[in-house]
Design a binder for this molecule. Structure first.
Ligand code: MF3
Ligand code: CO
Ligand code: CO
Length: 294
């Protein structure tokens, strides 16, 4: 059973009722897993995952990570973002997976490639990568019916100081978030940790795009903002599977979406970087289902 001894009397109850712990489950038997699963479905529309589901998402995550590794090995100046699309697409198909972005709400390609001031949802095409660029490659595959979603920002050739800084801050932001991933913490704790760290480095956090539940579908509840207040939002419980994917800007957080309806770019034209993994909350913390070192 879960050790709940560190919960304060006035903290939000870990059962997710929204009441204070002392007014709710304090002194009661812990709710059974079946009750929690029902409550999260009814109250938040969150589908908690069973061990067999987590295994399925982990297997999907394995193909996602392989795709990112292959891209990383092949990336170089002179390559087009279209070629990255081909690498990711072909790797998925060869391994019995389906790239989830293709045709998702009309998205025309199999992966997102977001270069320099592009925040996210960049569409692969004829752009030729050049020395000093940064590029986020965001891969989501469906494997055996399960979705896993992860992204990384890479350097092309030698980074300048701005590129070096924003990629470091984005990676550290995801690391800061990971420290919050445990039962009895909240969704708000995750955003709080990211915002605190990124702003301490004089960078800004994108508001318009958030992490999300994932596994049975591409985007499920809950939304996971990368800013927020400690203690707010849904209480994390074992079996929750969601992404954390902070988009961090070197300048201001404001963005606009280009006429293609997808490509989100910084309004001030400065660099943006992102790292994303799919996580499951476990009894004693978390596991990444798309693990790579940060
Ligand atoms: N992979 C993105 C995310 O992290 C979503 C991309 S939607 C697409 O949520 F249609 F652009 F692929
Ligand atoms: Co995502
Ligand atoms: Co993604």
């Amino acid at each position: 059973m879960k050790n709940t001894s560190k919960i304060g009397r006035n903290d939000p109850c870990p059962c997710g009722s929204g009441k204070k712990y002392k007014k709710c489950c304090m002194g009661k038997q812990a709710a059974s897993p079946v009750d929690i699963k029902k409550r999260y479905r009814q109250k938040y529309d969150i589908a908690l995952k069973e061990p067999k589901d987590i295994e399925g998402i982990r297997a999907a995550g394995h193909v996602v990570i392989q795709s990112l590794e292959i891209v990383e090995a092949e990336l170089k100046a002179g390559m087009t973002t279209e070629e990255i699309n081909t690498i990711v697409h072909d790797h998925a198909i060869k391994n019995g997976a389906v790239p989830a972005p293709f045709n998702y709400r009309g998205f025309p390609k199999s992966v997102c490639t977001s270069v320099n001031e592009v925040i996210c949802h960049g569409i692969p095409g004829p752009y030729v990568l050049k020395d000093g660029d940064i590029i986020n490659v965001d891969v989501t595959h469906i494997y055996n019916g399960y979705y896993a979603d992860a992204s990384k920002t890479f350097f092309i050739g030698t980074p300048g100081p701005d590129a070096e800084k924003i990629v470091k801050v984005a990676a550290e932001s995801l690391k800061a978030a990971m420290e919050m991933l445990a039962p009895d913490h909240t969704i708000g704790d995750i955003g709080w940790a990211i915002q605190r760290y990124a702003e301490s480095r004089k960078c800004s956090v994108v508001r318009e795009f958030v992490g999300h539940g994932v596994g049975f579908e591409f985007h499920e509840p809950p939304q996971v903002p990368h800013y927020g207040k400690k203690g707010q939002g849904v209480v994390l419980v074992p079996g929750m599977v969601f992404t954390v994917e902070p988009m961090i800007n070197l300048g201001k957080s404001r963005l606009f979406v280009e006429d293609d309806g997808w490509t989100a770019v910084t309004a001030d034209g400065r660099l943006s970087a992102q790292f994303e993994q799919t996580f499951v909350i476990t009894e004693d913390g978390f596991e990444s289902l798309t693990p790579y070192s940060l």
